[in-house]
Write a protein that binds this ligand. Structure first.
Ligand code: GLN
Length: 503
């Protein structure tokens, strides 16, 4: 097989080919680099020397017969993970050219497992957004339709996997940023439980919500990656000491009957996830996916998540509050862009920050500073924290009646970039509403996934676009999510759909 025809899709298949010597790690890396160079909207930064050196080391391990499953497999990291040898900008001008002296824990762990870093993926600035239109280095396109957004904030990661540039990517999810772009681009993405994966070296957005997660073709591939990424890290004070399960693809709730492995599994369908605002074609795909789960033995139970709507205002107070504090370090002195025209210290700070931060980031800093300020803290931040607690209680209660919560990831398929831009001009907050189904699991710190559920024709016309099914599990039950998603993917082929095949 010539490298240019390698299907850069399944970690499983590529790992097998590497171990069988059908391809080499350097060949694979070279091909990923070539494809990345053709997609500068998705992959912002590369360092071919570094990639080649990692691929050679991987090949040496393969040659010695010492290679684990991930050795030699290429990936891109969302540009909020700091990396040695590659710029780390978080999609912001304020960090243009910033080179980190160390690797994020996730980057180090995946590297130690033998994965080869091909580059850094585009994202919304400081992970703030749902479209990847907020990246200071330009927008990223959806490989399924280039006039549509890939989603965000991990849009470059999702686009790079969907386009077959790399078989896997890392993303981060604060309020949906792994799940929603995975849904829009037709790939599988997992947001682990808060505390499951180290945040060390992840450029912080909202520290009580930020979690890193894998994005790849299948649940099986995501399980491989999470096994390498996750687990306790003493360098992150909020990292959980709970051991990772020995298998992420088995769960005691699965039935022994291979034909009906989900026998008795209770799927909680929240009324609030299927109300007004949900596109009919998206609802239809979600229903088809639920039918496929039912054919495997699962049954639907109706549940309530009454604070679903309140999760939007609560999140959009808490996340900006934490962001305003986290982003105060970018002052032009220790970190980031420094203005050329400062008269004194105060103008150095304000000009550096005004020049360096994009409009959405500035908006969030202003909102966050406001809701934390004396006299407003009680009315906004404290209130939002109380709502957050109630949202968590809703989930705890819902899980008394079901094993997994299921629903859509987003109300629509990926919107057209031009339409989102004009809507944002009219009301910059409008886009926040599309996060309605993902914010709850974030506020509650629960693990959640997006699993491909086929294609739907967009409401305003155009070619069919991917739809994601969201699965939400109780805390630290990643194995439940992944094993159910894996059984679904053994029985269906929605996760195998690619933009090329549909073109
Ligand atoms: N869209 C949400 C926001 O803008 C979520 C982003 C994220 O998960 N990083 O904050």
């Amino acid at each position: 097989m010539s490298p240019s025809s390698f299907p850069m899709r399944s970690l499983q298949a590529l790992s097998k080919a590497l171990h069988a010597r059908e391809i080499s790690a350097p060949e694979l890396a070279e091909e990923s680099l070539r494809r990345a160079a053709q997609a500068p909207d998705a992959v912002l930064w590369t360092n071919p020397e570094l990639t080649r050196a990692q691929a050679q080391a991987a090949q040496a391990a393969l040659d010695r017969g010492e290679a684990g499953p991930l050795v030699g497999l290429p990936l891109v990291h969302k540009d909020v993970f700091v990396t040695q040898g590659l710029p780390s900008t978080a999609g912001s001008k304020i960090l243009e050219g910033y080179m980190s002296p160390f690797d994020a824990e996730v980057v180090g762990r995946l590297q130690a497992a033998g994965m080869v870093t091909v580059g850094k993926a585009s994202c919304d600035e400081f992970a703030m957004g749902s479209s990847n239109l907020n990246c200071a280095y330009g927008p990223c396109f959806n490989p399924w339709a280039r006039d549509r957004v890939p989603g965000g904030s991990s849009g470059g990661s999702a686009a790079a996997v969907a386009a077959g540039i790399v078989p896997a990517a890392t993303g981060t999810d604060t309020g949906g940023s792994v799940r929603q772009p995975a849904s829009y681009c037709g790939i599988t993405g997992l947001k682990p439980t808060y505390g499951r994966v180290s945040r060390y070296g992840m450029i912080a957005y909202a520290s009580s919500l930020d979690q890193a997660g894998p994005m790849a073709q299948s649940a099986l591939d995501c399980a491989w990656m999470l096994a390498a990424m996750g687990g306790h890290d003493p360098k992150d004070a909020t990292s959980s000491a709970l051991a990772m399960p020995s298998s992420l693809l088995e769960w005691e709730g699965l039935a022994a009957d291979a034909g009906r492995p989900l026998q008795g599994l209770r799927l909680g369908v929240p009324e609030e996830f299927f109300g007004a605002g949900l596109d009919a074609a998206v609802a239809h795909r979600v229903d088809e996916a639920l039918k496929a789960l039912e054919a495997l033995g699962a049954r639907r139970v109706s549940i309530r998540l009454p604070r679903t709507e309140l999760s939007i205002p609560a999140y959009y107070v808490i996340a900006p509050a934490e962001a305003s504090s986290n982003l105060s370090r970018f002052d032009g002195v220790r970190y980031g862009h420094r203005t050329a025209q400062a008269d004194d210290l105060a103008s150095l700070y304000s000009r550096s920050r005004s020049e360096g931060f994009g409009p959405e980031v500035q908006r969030r800093i202003l909102v966050g500073t406001f809701v934390l300020s004396h006299g407003y803290y009680d009315a906004y931040t404290l209130q939002a924290q109380k709502v957050r607690r109630l949202v968590g209680q809703d989930f705890t209660q819902a899980f008394e009646a079901c094993d997994l919560i299921v629903g859509p990831v987003a109300p629509t398929v990926a919107p057209r970039a031009a339409e989102l831009e004009s809507a944002a001009q009219a009301n910059p907050l409008a886009d926040y509403l599309s996060d309605i189904y993902t914010l709850g699991a974030s506020l509650a710190g629960l693990p959640a996934m997006s699993v491909p559920a086929g294609l739907a024709t967009p409401a305003g016309g155009g070619s069919p676009m991917p739809v994601g099914l969201q699965l939400i599990a109780p805390a630290f039950e990643e194995a439940r999510l992944l094993s159910v998603a894996h059984r679904l993917q053994l029985a269906t082929d929605w996760h195998l759909l690619t933009p090329e095949a549909s073109a």
